[in-house]
Design a protein around this ligand. Structure first.
Ligand code: PGA
Length: 251
């Protein structure tokens, strides 16, 4: 049985004080839940403040990106060891907003994922098709291309430490959720791809999250699909009550 993982991607939201308020509200709402992994991903500058609140709780800290070098002349970037240093355990890599607005490529995703693993962070590697790709019947081609590029040169021992997030771009922040069947179809394809490349044992271990307009009302039906092992939640993670309900839907 794979343990479900519910992660809140706060994106570029909340000032430090607001982030602290949000997580303070969340802590008692999910207290005692250990059958689901719970992660919050605030903006970089709020990581230390949020860590102070959650360090002795069942909530783990995640970041929204990292660079692949440890240090050096890379103005504006943050490395995996710097994240680890402030208490980060998970890092989202290759989110569609980074691919879209910051020109992230599969090659970058590959390097960042390797850097995260080398540092002992758990990467949450995002893949997903755009609306026009889905409408053109290219969903599976797009996903397999992102997987091939993102995990090129990976060993079993590396990939089995990753979490994968399937996030159809047309469902992110739009209120349009993939139906549980649509999501399951892609999740099952991803697991099949993993089995083919790395073996069935590895594919059965890896957790595949769904992301894209997950809310309390649809969480249970998505999370009850056989290959959906968690959720990467944007908008609804900014409300402690909603996020806590989604966490509970994973129990
Ligand atoms: P959403 O975002 O839940 O607001 O659709 C999901 C994500 O981008 O991770």
């Amino acid at each position: 049985m794979r343990k479900k993982i519910i992660a809140g991607n706060w994106k570029m939201n909340k000032l430090r004080g607001e982030a602290v308020e949000l997580v303070k509200e969340l802590v008692p709402l999910v207290e005692g839940i250990d059958a689901v992994d719970i992660v919050v991903c605030p903006v970089y500058v709020s990581l230390p403040a949020v860590y102070e609140i959650i360090k002795d709780t069942n909530i783990e800290l995640g970041a929204q990106d990292c660079f692949w070098e440890d240090s050096g002349a890379y103005t504006g970037e943050i490395s995996a060891p710097m994240l680890k240093d402030v208490g980060v355990k998970y890092v989202v890599i290759g989110h569609s907003e980074r691919r879209q607005y910051f020109c992230e490529t599969d090659e970058w995703v590959n390097k960042k994922t390797k850097a995260a693993l080398k540092t002992g962070l758990t990467p949450i590697v995002c893949v997903g098709e755009r609306l026009e790709e889905r409408e053109a019947g290219k969903t599976i081609d797009v996903i397999s291309g992102q997987l091939e590029g993102g995990f090129s040169g990976f060993e079993k021992a590396e990939i089995e430490k990753c979490v994968i997030a399937y996030e159809p771009v047309w469902a992110i922040g739009t209120g349009k959720t993939a139906t549980p069947e649509q999501a399951q179809e892609v999740h099952s394809f991803i697991r099949g791809w993993l089995a083919e490349k790395f073996g069935k044992d590895v594919s059965e271990k890896i957790r595949i999250q769904y992301g894209g307009s997950v809310k309390p009302a649809n969480a249970k039906s998505l999370l009850s699909q056989p290959d959906i092992d968690g959720a990467l939640v944007g908008g609804a993670s900014l409300k402690a009550q909603d996020f806590a309900e989604i966490v509970k839907a994973g129990l």
